[in-house]
Design a protein around this ligand. Structure first.
Ligand code: FAD
Ligand code: DLZ
Ligand code: SF4
Length: 519
């Protein structure tokens, strides 16, 4: 009797815990392309193409390595359409003595997995995902008894545990973080080195065709598809980052330039999240660049902090806070998502450019996500669940465990500050400092109110004023609240009216972008 090992679309690692220790002669690996995963929210076309192509390539690699793979394609006429349906069908085909699977990255999928034993009558072993440094239990242990979960302290523990950038017990350079050196705006004419061009092979082209027909009405373009679909391609992308972009990564990490979609970012999150790259290995190689004198400490520390700090911490928070996190709405935001998040049709040059990059590439970099797309949703009071749905649909790297805490916690303060000590709210001045967007915008960033003023400016004060009961005692917002109180009644009224005018003319998105209207 065999062991059935289901491998999900974001578990494409040869060292996966469920495969380790299994005898290929006694094992069937099950991989399933299912409609439910592509349409429970209607993912960006490029994201579906990436996942299906990477799954098909991984299945071929497993077969070449001697594994028996049962691969269910989306267009299989008997496809049951869901993980659970396919597990039931596979159990009937293989009569396994055990189903051995690695925990998923999505609370929704884990709930389904917990029923597999009942549906199949076969024992189900759910293993921890050893691709993360910090297990769910370890994170819960770290968080226990802490009133506030601050990434900075967690990060120090991960540095000590991995020995990354450590001189004995002390951090290299005498400081844990060099973030203060990483906040430059863009010099004129700034452009990043081009990403390596990964020509889609026949397998990817077949998938792209399937997706363009079957998911024709999903958001996003397939024209610019350039994501690594194998570990070898991901390695090419990683090499290009380590050699060409890492040295400048830190300093220009927060910069935004119109039409420059990648700048000095890694653009590795989809490959990392699918399991095609090992984040710890990337960190060790980044450290080696510093030790060899090829990249400055601030850049390397910044990169390592994102991976062993933010990424691990975000995942820990997700499992600690679910399922409540998905419903959190501390600020009581109820406005519907405006249509320009989907169409890109807005006079706000910053938002239009971020939506364009998102549509073309299924990618926008961190500051675009946090300080333009997230910041606007925060200031305008968009309902967190609609914002989270949007982020989950549109990005190639978006899986619930990483998208939701970033959106609900970091961008929207919907968790009431368990993740961030204050909301990341900013007026147009921040965007102007960190980008070249405002020069080409029809709105004037220096104007504070009125039809030609940058909408972020009046919305910023509207946000603070309407949330004063919830945020007014936050020490980190003491200065802006003091400024607000010092303003004349007339000025305050002018800001509030200007923001109301802008909010009043926003058109809500058509229903159907996230879920089929009939669902
Ligand atoms: P770089 O900026 O070059 O960073 C290097 C790596 O660090 C990334 O590849 C990623 O693996 C990791 N990383 C950096 N920041 C974070 C973070 N906050 N959380 C987790 N990992 C991080 N990241 C996702 O992987 N999936 C998401 O769905 C996602 N949604 C986000 C939503 C919002 C509102 C915000 C503010 C951030 C979100 N992020 C998400 C985090 C971050 O924006 C992306 O990881 C990053 O932009 C990916 O591009 P990159 O590989 O070029 O990253
Ligand atoms: C995102 C996604 C999509 C679109 N399709 C599939 C699929 O057909 N089969 C699969 O195994 N995984 C898919 N995924 C990724 C899953 O949604 C992901 O594994 C779970 O959400 C757990 O993180
Ligand atoms: Fe964005 Fe305001 Fe600048 Fe226009 S002026 S690009 S809306 S920040």
């Amino acid at each position: 009797m065999t062991v059935l090992v289901p491998v999900l679309g974001d578990q494409l690692s040869h060292g996966l815990a469920s495969l380790t220790g299994c005898d290929p002669a006694d094992t069937v690996v099950l991989m399933m392309e299912v409609a439910e995963e592509a349409t429970h929210v209607r993912h960006h076309k490029a994201k579906i193409a990436l996942i299906f192509s990477a799954m098909r390539h991984f299945a071929a690699e497993l077969q070449a390595a001697g594994w028996r793979v049962d691969y269910v394609r989306l267009d299989d006429p008997d496809n049951a359409g869901s993980f659970t349906g396919e597990i039931i069908r596979a159990s009937e085909r293989h009569s396994p003595r055990l189903i051995r699977v690695v925990e998923p990255g999505d609370w929704r999928v884990e709930q389904a997995m917990l029923d597999w034993q009942t549906f199949t009558g076969c024992p189900v072993e759910i293993l921890p995902d050893s691709r993360f440094l910090c297990s769910r239990d370890e994170f819960a242990g770290w968080a226990a008894g802490r009133k506030e979960l601050r990434m900075e302290f967690f990060y120090r523990e991960m540095r000590r545990r991995t020995g990354l950038l450590m001189d004995g017990k002390d951090p290299v350079g005498g400081k844990w973080t060099f973030d203060a050196e990483n906040r430059s705006g863009p010099p004129p004419g700034l452009a990043g080195p081009p990403l390596p061009r990964l020509a889609p092979n026949a397998m990817t082209q077949q998938v792209v065709e399937l997706v363009s027909t079957r998911f024709a009405d999903h958001f996003g373009s397939l024209e610019h598809f350039n994501w690594p679909v194998t570990a070898a391609e991901a390695e090419q992308a990683a090499e290009a980052f380590l050699n060409k972009r890492l040295p400048t990564f830190g300093q220009l990490q927060d910069a935004m330039v119109r039409g420059q979609d990648f700048l000095f970012h890694a653009v590795l999150s989809p490959a990392i999240n699918l399991g095609l790259l090992d984040p710890l290995d990337l960190c060790r190689r980044a450290e080696a660049e510093y030790r060899a004198g090829r990249a400055p400490l601030a850049a390397v520390e910044g990169f390592i902090r994102q991976l062993i700090g933010w990424r691990e911490y975000i995942r820990g928070v997700y499992w600690l806070e679910m399922p409540g996190l998905a419903e959190d709405n501390f600020l009581g935001a109820t406005r519907p998502l405006p249509d320009f998040y989907w169409t890109g049709e807005t006079d706000m040059a910053c938002l239009a450019d971020c939506v364009r990059s998102t549509r073309e590439n299924a990618y926008a970099h961190h500051i675009q996500r946090l300080m333009v797309l997230g910041n606007f949703a925060l200031l305008a009071g968009i309902r967190p669940q609609e914002v989270a749905d949007w982020f989950l649909v549109v990005y190639a790297d978006a899986f619930d465990w990483v998208e939701l805490p970033n959106v609900a916690g970091m961008a929207l303060f919907a968790d009431g500050g368990r993740l961030a000590s204050k909301p990341y709210a900013a007026s147009g001045a921040y965007i102007d400092r960190m980008s070249n967007y405002c020069g080409s915008c029809r709105y004037k960033v220096k104007l504070k109110a009125g039809p030609d003023a940058c909408p972020f400016n009046a919305l910023y004060w509207h946000f603070l004023a309407r949330n004063a009961d919830k945020l007014g005692r936050n020490m980190r917002l003491a200065n802006p609240y003091a400024t607000w109180r010092r303003m004349s009644e007339d000025k305050r009224a002018e800001y509030l009216a200007s923001a109301e005018d802008f909010l009043g003319q926003m058109k809500p998105a058509e229903p159907g972008w996230v879920r089929h209207n009939s669902d």
